[in-house]
Write a protein that binds this ligand. Structure first.
Ligand code: COS
Length: 402
């Protein structure tokens, strides 16, 4: 692993790894193949137990400072822990990482009470009666007409007295059906474009919050993705995060930090592809020797390793820039974040495909774990900003620089 971590950091990474290998891995084939994972189904209940275990270990509070009851970890440790989770199942890792996506705007721009409120929800100390499991939150930005074009939000938040009233529908929300609390982006002044969007904390239990049907996804099936509908939802004015009109910028700053964490998930998928392919290539014989002794396979494995390690390095490169910028009170790391997310997303799809190629017909069979890696990998080029959006960000930064 390219990260240079001390013993305390490694203890956290190993905590995630042990849980993923011992508890999650045995259930992955059954849950990945289940037609649905709603809380009412037997498989859905098993998944919720896995989520509960992650909360009990603190995996949903890794980056929350200790003063608020979290584990107070840096993002090098978080990324390495996510890689371990994703090596076992990228859907499960997505659930944990998406919760952390909802948390980030609060950690970056929320006040003390808001941070405490969120930490209590993610510790499982505070819960929502409607949520099927404590400890998760969700980031509600995407709408049917506001995906890549995130500033085209139609959800509104109207200030009335000492409340805001939220109306609108968010879609493709990871953890939509399991979260106890949401970070919601809504238009407070439609005359101001991106400067008229604000961020809010909305508890799941608020009247008027409801969940749409769960998406039936190609991969990352151990994560829950739903619509979240807000109908005349009243929240106290103190649930506004930071300043009115700054929501879009907060969302972008959040994504700048979260996208490299998706890079870590992608690296986990790629590393699993290498591990499975090497294991197979050492025992599978053709022309009188294990296929790993054939240059065609050995060089393919070497290329897979090069790509994966460069992906990991792009996360480390991002984090070096991130910590340097934050030390100086700046947020200028969009380019490094987009490069990392884009490279790792594209890379993991190719590495997963290469793993199938090495396993041949067995790789294509659902009996072996590598076909799932391709299904899981594809989303890495799509969510948290498509790789086309990452290229918009990168080209915009190049233009600005020159
Ligand atoms: N950090 C801080 N501010 C940022 C920023 C960032 N990373 N990105 C944009 N801004 C600011 C800009 O500086 C601009 O402010 P000024 O007018 O004061 O200069 C404002 O936000 C609008 O920026 P821009 O004009 O670039 O916004 P666009 O509407 O053109 O959107 C993209 C740009 C496409 C990059 C953005 O909409 C995006 O990231 N879309 C994908 C959203 C996404 O990832 N969705 C996934 C769902 S969440 S899982």
């Amino acid at each position: 692993m390219g990260y240079i971590l001390n013993k305390d950091q490694m203890d956290i990474v190993n905590l995630a790894k042990d849980y993923a290998v011992k508890k999650v891995m045995p259930l992955v084939p059954e849950l990945d193949n289940a037609p649905e994972l709603t809380p009412e189904t037997e498989e859905g209940k098993k998944l919720l137990d896995l989520y509960q275990g992650a909360v009990d270990l603190g995996l949903t509070t890794l980056e929350i400072p200790e003063e608020y009851g979290g584990l107070g970890q840096d993002y090098y440790t978080v990324a390495a822990a996510y890689e371990e989770l994703s090596k076992v199942d990228a859907g499960f890792a997505t659930a944990v990482a998406a919760s952390s996506l909802g948390l980030k705007p609060i950690l970056q721009h929320g006040n003390d009470e808001q941070k405490k409120l969120y930490a209590d929800f993610l510790n499982g100390e505070k819960t929502s009666e409607k949520a099927p499991v404590p400890g998760f939150c969700a980031f509600c930005l995407t709408e049917p007409d506001a995906g890549s074009d995130a500033s085209n939000s139609k959800t509104t938040a109207k200030k009335v007295g000492d409340e805001y009233i939220i109306d609108g529908t968010k879609c493709f929300i990871t953890n939509g059906g399991v979260a106890s609390v949401y970070t919601v982006f809504a238009v407070t002044d439609k005359t101001k474009g991106v400067k008229g969007i604000s961020a809010f904390i909305v508890e799941r239990d608020r009247e008027g919050v409801s969940i749409g049907a769960e998406e039936n996804k190609m991969g990352i099936r151990l994560s829950n993705t739903t619509e979240v509908i807000f109908q005349d939802v009243h929240i106290p004015a103190d649930h506004l995060v930071g300043e009115e009109g700054k929501g879009f910028i907060y969302a972008m700053q959040t994504l700048d930090l979260a996208r490299p964490m998706i890079g870590a998930l992608a690296v986990g998928i790629a590393q699993r592809g290498i591990d499975e392919a090497v294991k197979y290539a050492q025992v599978r014989q053709t022309f009188g020797k294990p296929i790993i002794k054939h240059e065609a396979i050995a060089f393919k494995l070497a290329d897979m390793d090069i790509q994966t390690e460069v992906g990991r390095s792009s996360i480390i490169n991002f984090l070096n820039k991130y910590y340097d910028e934050r030390k100086n009170g700046r947020y200028n790391y969009s380019r490094e974040a987009a490069i990392c997310k884009c490279f790792c997303g594209d890379m993991c799809v190719q590495v997963a495909l290469d793993a199938i190629q090495i396993l041949g017909g067995f790789g294509y069979s659902r009996e072996y774990p590598v076909e799932k890696l391709v299904r899981d990998a594809k989303i890495m080029q799509i969510y948290e900003g498509t790789n086309e959006v990452q290229r918009i960000v990168i080209s915009g930064q190049i233009t600005k620089k020159h």
